[in-house]
Design a protein around this ligand. Sequence first.
Ligand code: GCW
Length: 663
Amino acid sequence: MDFEQAWLSYRKRTDDTNRQYFAAVYGEFEEPVMNTAFLEIERAAAEILDVKTERKRGMPEPGATGIWLKTDPEEALSEEGYHISERDGLVVIAAGGVRGILYGSFACIRYLQTGRTLRGAELRENPSNPLRILNHWDNMDGSIERGYSGKSFFFRDQEVLINERTVAYARLAASVGINGVVINNVNVRGNATRLIEEPYASKVAEMAKIFADYGIRLFLSLNFAAPMELGDFDTADPLDEEVREWWKEKMGEVFTRIPNLGGFLVKADSEGRPGPFTYGRDHADGANMLAEAVKPYGGIIIWRCFVYNCQQDWRDYKTDRARSGYDNFASLDGRFLDNVILQVKNGPMDFQVREPVHPLFGGMKETNQILEVQIAQEYTGQQRHVCYLIPMFREILAFRTYCSETEDTVADIVSGRTWGNKLCGMAAVANTGDDVNWTGHDMAAANLYGFGRLSFQTDLTAEEIAEEWIVCTFGDDSEVREKILKILMMSWPAYEKYNAPLGIGWMVNPNFHYGPSVDGYEYSRWGTYHRADHEGLGVDRSDRGTGYAMQYNEPNASLYNDLDSCPDELKLFFHHVPYTYRLRSGKTVLQHIYDTHFEGVADAEKMKELWQSLEGKVPERIYRRALERLEHQVWHAAEWRDQINSYFFRKTGIGDEQGREIY
Ligand code: GCW
């Protein structure tokens, strides 16, 4: 099987002070996750230290050295939390539950990978977010919606695929703290609707077992119209008694067949998918019907809020796609059952390189919420451009919503700190496929690694996460570390610079969402406009325009509503402004566009040069693969620069203050 181990490709370390600990592991290993923890420690010890680990049942004798895996309800730890402490040659990994033991074990392995000694170690972690989920948009024919790293490793030719890669994937996910995985596309079509039935369900159960051994719960995306497609109903009305009965029975079957199933993710009434609207019902009716049916089995329903009118008339200046999430869901606050979670994209549009934070965060007080981000780089360079997204996610998490006096950030809300709820967390649309390196661009693995680490430990900085990933992946040569860190940290700002300016977004080729096309979506039905004319551009979302800004709590509403106080980077998202308007930076909008587009390309060149200076210091195959992409990125960034700059030069007739070439 042709795949690498990404950050778990262990390299030897000879000069290690950690050998003594890894020679013996104490504990009870019957429970499958405990057994996994042992096997992982054993494997790391063999591959990194050349040490053979002995499995020792029970408690260590006084004076013994090694690692003791100890579930300990006495410790002030959540079920997934762990406490690592070393004294006199014995490392104790104490945890609230078996998954905590597994995460603690991977944390110990990170000590090895990053060359830190466990002597005197003292580390206590409780995960920040209860749910840390990857959403795969994989289809049963093996394709992946918005997939940029090859084909699905979950499905092939309408079959569920289980092989070595399944386990390798579970290891990668668990090693960074992922505890939930949705294996199929939210657009549930064709045979995917049947995943809840035989013959598929038994295969899904087999996969769920593999994941369960790594502390991960498997989820499926569900087709709201299943009663019509699988049953013989002519309705899927959530208030129809027979439909409700059908779901209850169906869920009884599914959870019996797939005992480790976590529940379901649902995209309803969105981009042509069926949902409760057809029957004059609302999202609470829809979600609650399913929640009731899965409740007896401890299942949860994750209901997406990506609901908007995708049949808009571009001539219509009043309808605003950005408003739709809030308009559809905010008034339903308090109506969802407690095993329903609303999953909200980070911004109100769709994963653009820059968007304001979605106003549903802080807009609902009695509803469980998951923050959905996208590490599949649909709009951020499709894993051909480097774009390290963790700095963006950190900004989103730190956003103050003003929904309460304290603990009001997005991180507070989705961790459960604000309202005290337990079902909440973070989800990422995954960036994996069956490419040999999992993520197409080798650098994109930093987003996969980073999402897991950040969702587990939200207080880690983007730099800390990047450095950890670099050292685990490439070793700890200081030049390699510094240069790759530099590339990663400059990559999102660079992408933003040569992309659509100042928060407006969407200047991409329709459908594929790759490459510049300023008017690509301007006269379409998707609600994604920049409204550029010869005088200015941007969408008026203030109270004089669509009113979107007023969906925020104060003082955010006023901050965005007012042209001058609105932050530069979001100016065109909230306002239609003249090209000659001076930003807070002192530059005119037009000159800002020119400057950032020239800078963005220079940044891309810089990233390529930094990488080239590492030739011979990183593995040759990785060097080549990434170089090819960086070369493409430089070329493609120039394409972005020249199309965007020329477009605005032609619209305005105003040249660049510095006289640089515009076409
Ligand atoms: O970003 C859009 C994508 C669709 C996707 C949709 C969604 C799965 O272009 O491909 O569909 O979002 O999030 O549901």
